[in-house]
Write a protein that binds this ligand. Structure first.
Ligand code: NAD
Length: 450
């Protein structure tokens, strides 16, 4: 079957691809399996050199990859450039990690006990459409660094940069079969990877709903899984915060990537004393967001990824919004920045909208803020805005979330762990923590007696 890949800003085709099915997935797994013994045996310094070369090629092709991503996802070109820059950094980081991820010697009686970090084998990596290349690199980098071989399945909507990455990996000298890309439907290719007996682990980023299926399927053969799932994160603004700064930053925390961001701070919790002032500043800042042509350097928000996703996002607007932004005329899957006053029990505050829609919720005091923020099945990200340092750390410790930032929106850095609490998943990506998800600890004891 042919897959027509569209540009969400123009609704015009970007590419037509032949979709893979079970047979092609099996071929990719077989190639990865065949490549594994030689790849794991590559000397660590050589494996590092190959990953460094791939990082260099990503840098050399930054503009090309950024444009490909922008035309496929509809995200602003400035964002795509930043994301491709991070991809290069990720490969540099894991190139550097290859020979720094080591075992231990443990004092025991009667001999020497040592641990080794062994690769798992063939890993299946299933990624979503919102940050296609970026999220792929978070998995491919540590997986290859640990000596695994990879079958990467990009989302059907956004396969373009994954395909280009595999080409660049070959150009870097990474042997054939080490990084394979299979483009096809989740229900077919993804399911096959989950159930394939030769796949040792599934690294999955996507919705909680599909994540439940991944976990269930992986249970059959005790496959390892890492799950990076949905979020409904809180942006908590205390009355003692620098309210101007918090209001200026808040739109980017929820409308960045048109809200199609697992870390989106889509519940804005505001202390009552500062509520009116914050909301009027937030409306002004939201109205000033530059929404339009993703290929324009100045654009801050593009369209949603598809027509069907736009319908899903629209279904969440059940009451009169406090503010609705402007969108361009003409083709494209546009959806306006939308601010809605809500309680934490409303659907808009409970479910992941995955679009440019923010629920604004008042709170009374610190305990109320923590209670509301934690009253969600998710636990991925969030921000705290306050000038009281002790409160900032107290609240950060009380929140049931994997990643939290204080007086900023930032969630993700190459060298720090990223991942969720509760139904946002488990396992960690990025930093040295990610290497734990792509290796097994082997314990070896040798007697010194006799
Ligand atoms: P999705 O779950 O629909 O799809 C994700 C991937 O899984 C795609 O490649 C898809 O083809 C595949 N897939 C779909 N059905 C499958 C099945 N039955 N078996 C195996 N694979 C299957 O998610 P999406 O719509 O692409 O992405 C949006 C979701 O991803 C949001 O919920 C978002 O929060 C989440 N996300 C999480 C993170 C994170 O790091 N926590 C990052 C980005 C996105």
């Amino acid at each position: 079957m042919t897959l027509r890949v569209l540009n969400p800003a123009t609704e015009q085709p970007v590419a037509e691809l032949e979709q893979a099915g079970v047979a092609e997935t099996d071929r990719a797994v077989a190639a990865a399996k065949a490549a594994f013994p030689a790849w794991r045996a590559v000397a660590p310094s050589d494996r590092a050199r190959l990953l460094r070369r791939l990082a260099g090629l990503v840098e050399d092709h930054r503009e090309e990859l950024a444009l490909l991503e922008t035309r496929n996802v509809g995200k602003p070109i400035a964002d795509s450039r930043g994301e491709v820059g991070m991809v290069a950094e990720v490969f540099h980081y894991y190139a550097g990690a290859v020979d720094k991820h080591f075992g231990q010697t443990i004092p025991v009686a009667g001999g020497v006990d040592m641990t080794f970090r062994e690769p798992l084998g063939v890993v299946g990596l299933i990624v979503p459409w919102n940050f296609p290349l970026n999220i792929a690199s978070w998995k491919v980098g540590p997986a290859l660094a640990c000596g695994n071989t990879v079958v990467l399945k990009p989302a059907e909507l956004t396969p373009m940069t994954a395909i280009r990455l595999a080409e660049l990996a070959l150009e870097a000298g990474i042997p054939e079969g080490v990084l394979n890309v299979v483009v096809g439907p989740g229900r077919i290719v993804g399911e096959r990877l989950i159930h394939h007996p030769d796949v040792a682990k599934i690294g999955f980023t996507g919705s909680t709903e599909v994540g439940i299926g991944v976990m269930r399927g992986a249970a059959e053969s005790i496959k390892r899984v890492t799950l990076e799932l949905g979020g409904k994160s809180a942006n908590i603004v205390f009355a003692d915060a620098d309210v101007e700064r918090a209001a200026a930053a808040a739109p980017y925390a929820v409308f960045g990537n048109a809200g199609q961001d697992c870390c989106a701070r889509s519940r804005i919790l505001v202390q009552r004393e500062a509520y009116d002032r914050f909301v009027s500043l937030l409306i002004a800042a939201t109205g000033a967001m530059r929404v339009g042509d993703p290929e324009d350097d100045a654009t801050e928000m593009g369209p949603l990824v598809s027509a069907s996703h736009r319908s899903t996002v629209a279904s969440f607007i059940e009451s009169e919004p406090l503010f609705t932004g402007a969108t361009p005329d003409g083709p494209g899957f546009w959806f306006p920045c939308t601010l809605v006053e809500a309680t934490n029990d409303d659907r808009i505050a409970r479910d992941e909208v995955f679009g440019p829609v923010a629920a604004i919720i008042p709170f009374t005091d610190e305990a109320d803020a923590v209670r509301i923020a934690n009253d969600t099945p998710y636990g991925l990200s969030g921000s705290i805005w306050t000038t009281n340092g002790a409160r900032a750390l107290r609240v950060a410790r009380a929140l049931e979330t994997g990643v939290i930032s204080i007086n900023t929106n930032s969630s993700v850095r190459v060298s720090t762990p990223f991942g969720g609490f509760k139904q946002s998943g488990f396992g960690r990506e990025l930093g040295m923590n990610a290497l734990d998800g792509y290796s097994e600890v082997k314990n070896v004891f040798m007697t010194t007696e006799g």
